[in-house]
Design a protein around this ligand. Structure first.
Ligand code: 7TS
Length: 422
C-alpha cells in the first residue's frame, strides 16, 4: 500500500481531507443521477484502495493456508497473518500479540467470551451487568449464557431526555455489588452517539472484582484505544467499521484470562495432540481459532490499521466530531425534530426522529437525493422501546465525509419535512 505521510501537527485543511476522500473508489459514483453521499458509516465504512489492493495482492500472489505448511506461499501467508496480529496488538496497545484472537467481528468476539468464559465461570447467584444502551450483540449473548448457567442479567439504566441521555452512574454504583462477575458495556452508543467514560467504568468494576468487556465496535476506528491504560479485561471490535474488510474482527483478552478459558469450538489448528477420546489445547490465541482462519481479511485489516495510523486517530476523531457538531447544530433548527444524545462531546453520528415522518420514509426519500442514511431500531430494540420511539434516522460520518455533505443532508431533511407537512 502507499502509506500516507504521518503528519506531526493536526492538519485539518479541506485539501488534506479531499485527498483522503480520493483514496476510496466506491465514493466516486452516482446514485440515480445524484453524487453518492454515504452517511451510513456506523453500519459499515468503505475501504481505501490501500486495503483493496492488499486483499487482491494476497489472492494473486500469496494465497495459502497458514500454520501447517512449509512451502513458500504458506510461510508468506503465515507471516502476513501473524504480522496482522502484532499490528492489532499495537493498535490497541495490548501487552503481547497473544492477547489478540481473530474472530469474524464484534458479535463473534462477545459470543466467544460468553460461551467460553461465561459457561466455565458463571453460576446461580452470579450477576452479569450490561447497560440499556447495548447493541443486541452485547445483550443477546448475555441473555443466552445467563439463562444457561442460572446467573442473573442486570442493566445499568439509561436516563435523561434527548440531549441529556446517558448512563445512570449513580445507579451503577449501587448495581456494582460483589455478585457482579462481569460488566460489559459499549464505548460509543451506535444509536445515541454517547461516549461512555470507559476508564472510569473499568475502575469501578475492578473495585468489586468484576471483569470488564468493552464493545469498541464504534470507537476503535475513530478514537485512540489503549487497553492497558483503560484496564479492561476484554475488548471487541470489527474490521469493517474501520476501513477494513468484513468477516474479520478482534477479541482482545488479558493473556492470563484467555489461557484459563476453555475453547468454544474444536477443530484443526487449536490442539497440541488429539487421541480418539481426548485432546490437548494450544494456549491462546490459537486455542480460540479452530479451523482455517480468515487469513486474507486479517492481512487486509493490517492494511486498514496502517492506513488509519497514518491519518492519526486523534485527527480522525477531531474530523468526525466537527462534522457531528455541524450536523447537530443545523438539524436542531428544523421544525419537529427530536435529536438523541448529547449536543457536545458526541461521537461522529447523529440520530434523530421527525415528528411527522417515519424513519424508513425519510431514508427512502434521502436515497432519492443520493444520501445513504440508516433508519430503524439500530439493534437497540429495548432502548428504543424505553424511549418511546419505533425507530430513528441516523447519519454517521467518517474520514471521507465533508461539510458540503452535511449541508446536503440538512437540505434534504428540510425538503422531507415540507413534504410531510411538519
Ligand atoms: N456493537 C456496536 C456498538 C455496534 O454498533 C455494532 C454494529 C456491533 C456491536 C456489531 O458489530 P458486527 O460487526 O459484529 O455486526 N452496529 C451496526 C449498526 O449500528 N448498524 O448496523 C450495524
Amino acid at each position: 500500500m502507499t502509506a500516507l505521510p504521518v503528519l506531526k501537527q493536526p492538519r485539518l485543511s479541506s485539501r488534506f481531507w479531499d485527498d483522503v476522500r480520493a483514496d476510496f473508489p466506491v465514493l466516486h459514483q452516482h446514485v440515480g443521477n445524484k453524487p453518492l453521499i454515504y452517511l451510513d458509516n456506523a453500519a459499515t465504512t468503505h475501504k481505501p484502495s490501500a486495503v483493496i489492493d492488499v486483499l487482491t495482492r494476497f489472492y494473486q500472489q500469496d494465497n495459502s493456508n497458514v500454520h501447517r505448511g512449509l512451502h513458500a506461499l504458506s510461510m508468506r501467508s503465515t507471516d502476513g497473518y501473524e504480522a496482522a496480529r502484532i499490528c492489532s496488538a499495537k493498535f490497541i496497545n495490548a501487552a503481547v500479540p497473544e492477547e489478540i484472537v481473530f474472530t469474524r467481528g464484534t458479535t463473534e468476539s462477545i459470543n466467544l467470551v460468553a460461551q467460553s468464559w461465561g459457561a466455565a465461570n458463571l453460576k446461580k447467584g452470579d450477576v452479569v451487568l450490561i447497560t440499556e444502551m447495548e447493541h443486541h450483540s452485547n445483550l443477546v449473548p448475555w441473555q443466552m449464557i445467563t439463562e444457561r448457567t442460572g446467573a442473573t442479567l442486570r442493566y445499568v439504566p439509561v436516563i435523561g431526555e434527548n440531549a441529556e441521555l446517558g448512563l445512570d452512574l449513580d445507579a451503577l454504583d449501587k448495581l456494582l455489588t460483589p455478585e457482579v462477575k462481569l460488566f460489559a458495556f459499549t464505548h460509543i452508543s451506535n444509536t445515541l452517539g454517547v461516549i461512555n467514560p470507559v476508564a472510569e467504568l473499568c475502575a469501578k468494576a475492578k473495585k468489586v472484582g468484576a471483569l470488564t468487556l468493552i464493545d469498541a465496535a464504534q470507537s476503535v476506528g475513530h478514537e485512540l484505544i489503549d487497553v492497558q491504560a483503560l484496564g479492561c479485561d476484554f475488548l471487541a471490535f470489527s474490521g469493517h467499521k474501520m476501513a477494513g474488510p468484513t468477516g474479520i474482527g478482534v477479541l482482545y483478552g488479558r493473556k492470563a484470562l484467555l489461557d484459563a478459558m476453555p475453547p468454544w469450538q474444536g477443530g484443526g489448528g487449536m490442539i497440541t495432540s488429539v487421541e480418539f477420546f481426548q485432546s490437548k489445547w494450544k494456549p491462546a490465541p490459537e486455542r480460540f481459532e479452530a479451523g482455517t482462519p480468515n487469513v486474507a481479511d486479517a492481512i487486509a485489516l493490517h492494511a486498514a490499521m496502517d492506513y488509519l495510523d497514518a491519518l492519526g486517530r486523534p485527527r480522525i476523531s477531531a474530523h468526525d466530531h466537527k462534522l457531528a457538531a455541524q450536523a447537530y447544530a443545523a438539524l436542531s433548527e428544523l421544525p419537529g425534530i427530536r435529536i438523541l444524545g448529547p449536543k457536545g462531546a458526541r461521537s461522529g453520528l447523529v440520530s434523530f426522529a421527525l415528528k411527522d415522518a417515519h424513519a424508513h420514509d425519510v431514508v427512502t426519500f434521502a436515497d432519492q437525493d443520493g444520501i445513504a442514511l440508516r433508519g430503524g431500531h439500530h439493534c437497540n430494540q429495548p432502548l428504543m422501546r424505553k424511549l418511546g420511539l419505533p425507530s430513528t434516522v441516523r447519519a454517521s460520518f467518517y474520514v471521507y465525509n465533508n461539510t458540503a455533505e452535511i449541508d446536503a443532508l440538512v437540505a434534504s431533511m428540510r425538503k422531507i419535512i415540507k413534504f410531510f407537512g411538519a
